[in-house]
Unconditional design. Structure first.
Length: 202
């Protein structure tokens, strides 16, 4: 089914705003944070390409960053990102803030903390994918220096209906644009690769 139009956005690291002082409300996530913000994550990103176990493992995984935003000592937001050396970028997998805590700058603080982390690791840009019907998120990203790089349509199929265990998997794509056919063979159907390409318009 079609979930909505998406855009892949980029921001150069080192832009104004990323070098501001660290926000004390933002800290590396702890294992006991997950039980408090995973329900929020499930609501914002149903069918997440990272499982709960993968997010938990990422807390101690060097190439990934997992942050928690706190208000009054309680988790109120989170961010998961990856240091992608191949693309020379920080890729933001997920960013979410509890609706009751929005409007207090937590999303911006999480994003800026992550961008500083990417800059410290020598990456030249940050990237993320966002649904174009999420006005608040789009506004935040624009304020933090992101610009749309590509746009496309995001599709999702219920995980329970997807069979990917066979050695050879055939994926049929109907573009609804004529009768021509073609074949593409690939050995890379990893979650990150598919997520990156979901934002392409062609």
């Amino acid at each position: 089914m079609v979930v909505g139009r998406t855009g892949l956005a980029h921001a150069a690291l080192g832009d104004a705003g990323t070098s501001s002082a660290a926000d004390p409300r933002i800290s590396p996530a702890r294992s006991d944070d997950l039980g408090q913000w995973l329900p929020l994550h499930h609501g914002l990103f149903p069918g997440s390409y990272l499982s709960d176990d993968e997010i938990a493992a990422a807390i101690s995984d060097g190439p990934r960053l997992v942050l928690t935003a706190r208000l009054d000592g309680r988790p109120a937001g989170y961010l998961v990102a990856k240091d992608d050396a191949t693309m020379d970028e920080l890729y933001v997998d997920y960013l979410g803030v509890d609706p009751a805590a929005r409007g207090r700058g937590l999303g911006r603080a999480l994003l800026r903390h992550a961008m500083r982390w990417g800059e410290d690791r020598g990456r030249r840009r940050a990237a993320l994918t966002v649904r174009q019907d999420r006005a608040e998120a789009l506004s935040l990203y624009l304020q933090c220096g992101f610009q749309q790089a590509r746009a496309g349509v995001h599709w999702r199929k219920d995980r329970a209906k997807v069979e990917m265990t066979a050695r050879e998997v055939v994926v049929t794509v109907d573009l609804g644009a004529g009768s021509a056919t073609g074949w593409v063979w690939t050995n890379d159907l990893t979650a990150q690769y598919v997520h990156e390409n979901s934002a392409y318009s062609s």
